[in-house]
Design a protein around this ligand. Structure first.
Ligand SMILES: [Zn+2]
Length: 393
């Protein structure tokens, strides 16, 4: 069965094999009439008119919190730094019944689907016990019915420093999901990091750290993670979210840590919404903003992805489950300049790689999963042109 979509523009960076398809190169794009055979892009012929329709693979959300989202309207006294947000969210857990967690998470999943997202990693707070909390049980049930939803335990480095806790919690993570740790200069956090690597290696689980989520220069968990990965020759996927304290460290230290991250094949997730809301807090206008050193890391060869993190909860009282909106904010927060094609992998192919999944390119993804937008350039797409599935009639 063949099908031709006329006047298509595809970001070349989102094609696995752009040279075999034909078509016309226009800057960052391959343009023309796109021919599909048996549901897959097979060739591009000269366009029959102006190319004004962008073709995209499904988007990827590398870091969110579907257990916490959409709680803001019932929280009291929010506003403050990371510690205040943790306390406010902890107090809300009295409301976390099966139905409450399920309904909020389903709302988040639906928002991601509407935005064209095909792969999502959601962290889930682990709670105080080694056994999984109710929210983990509810989210794993939802994940069983939601292809592309991957969960990650969010334990703390203190908990993971206890070998019995580390083993019990890790054993509860099914195949296809990930082991996560919150590292914030706690006592014994180095032991917690080492335990997490041991468990990930034992069970073949991807690793994901919330690390150094603060501007204090003595937050050094990120370097410990890179050192541990190198020392143990870890070859599974490792994603480090936040890494904000890099912004407070001298340039030589940033270079040294970036080199280690690149050697260890560690991906860093920049999380602009929550960092802009919680970091650099004063009683008035922020003078210092918090964002990882994404340009410097990338120049050193570190893969960068961009995530929504918190949406309408104690950590960020606004936000959207939509990777393109997150990229739009990152453009402003992180000074990402055009051409924007170089940042598309941060919410698509590189993000999938960071989650241990096969990247979805336009030319290896069935047309039933591809998306299109009326947009002749990426600024239009990132500024809000809606992405929609391709009609199959
Ligand atoms: Zn997070």
């Amino acid at each position: 069965m063949t099908l031709t979509l006329p006047n298509i523009k595809i970001p070349r960076i989102l094609l696995r094999d752009p040279d075999r398809l034909g078509g016309t190169v226009e800057g960052a794009f391959l343009c023309g009439d796109a021919r599909f055979e048996n549901g897959l892009l097979s060739a591009i012929s000269p366009a029959s008119g102006p190319c004004d329709t962008l073709l995209m693979p499904p988007l990827v959300e590398p870091h969110c919190h579907l257990d916490k989202c959409h709680t803001v309207d019932r929280l009291e006294d929010i506003g403050g730094d990371l510690t205040a947000a943790i306390e406010a969210q902890r107090a809300d857990k009295i409301n976390w019944t099966d139905a409450d967690i399920r309904n909020r998470a389903l709302r988040g999943i639906e928002e991601y689907t509407r935005a064209g997202t095909g792969l999502i990693r959601s962290h889930v707070d682990w709670g105080d016990e080694a056994e999984p909390p109710l929210s983990w049980q509810v989210l794993t049930e939802l994940a069983a019915d939601t292809p592309g939803l991957q969960l990650c335990s969010l334990t703390s480095a203190i908990q993971m420093a206890d070998p019995a806790f580390a083993k019990t919690a890790s054993d509860a993570i099914p195949d296809g999901h990930a082991l996560g740790v919150f590292v914030f200069n706690q006592p014994d956090h180095n032991i917690g990091i080492e335990q997490a690597f041991q468990q990930a290696q034992r069970l073949n689980l991807p690793l994901d750290f919330h690390v150094d989520e603060g501007l204090a220069p003595d937050l050094r968990g990120l370097e410990k993670i890179a050192d541990t990965a190198i020392a143990t020759r870890h070859d599974g996927p490792i994603l480090c979210g936040h890494a904000v304290s890099l912004a407070s460290q001298p340039a030589d230290d940033v270079r040294r840590i970036a080199d280690k991250l690149a050697r260890a094949n560690i991906t860093v997730a920049a999380l602009p919404t929550t960092n802009l809301y919680l970091q650099g807090r004063t009683n008035g206008t922020p003078r210092q903003r918090g964002l990882t050193m994404l340009h410097e890391l990338r120049r050193a060869g570190v893969r960068i992805v961009i995530g929504a993190d918190n949406v309408r909860d104690a950590f960020c009282p606004v936000g959207r489950h939509d990777p393109l909106r997150t990229l739009e904010l990152a453009v402003l927060a992180g000074h990402l300049d055009p051409p924007f094609d170089q940042w598309l992998p941060a919410i698509t192919t590189d993000a999938a790689h960071a989650l241990g999944q096969a990247p979805m390119y336009v030319d290896n993804t069935p047309i039933s999963r591809l998306l299109h937008a009326k947009a002749g350039d990426l600024s239009t797409l990132i500024s809000g042109a809606p992405l929609a599935p391709i009609p199959q009639e």
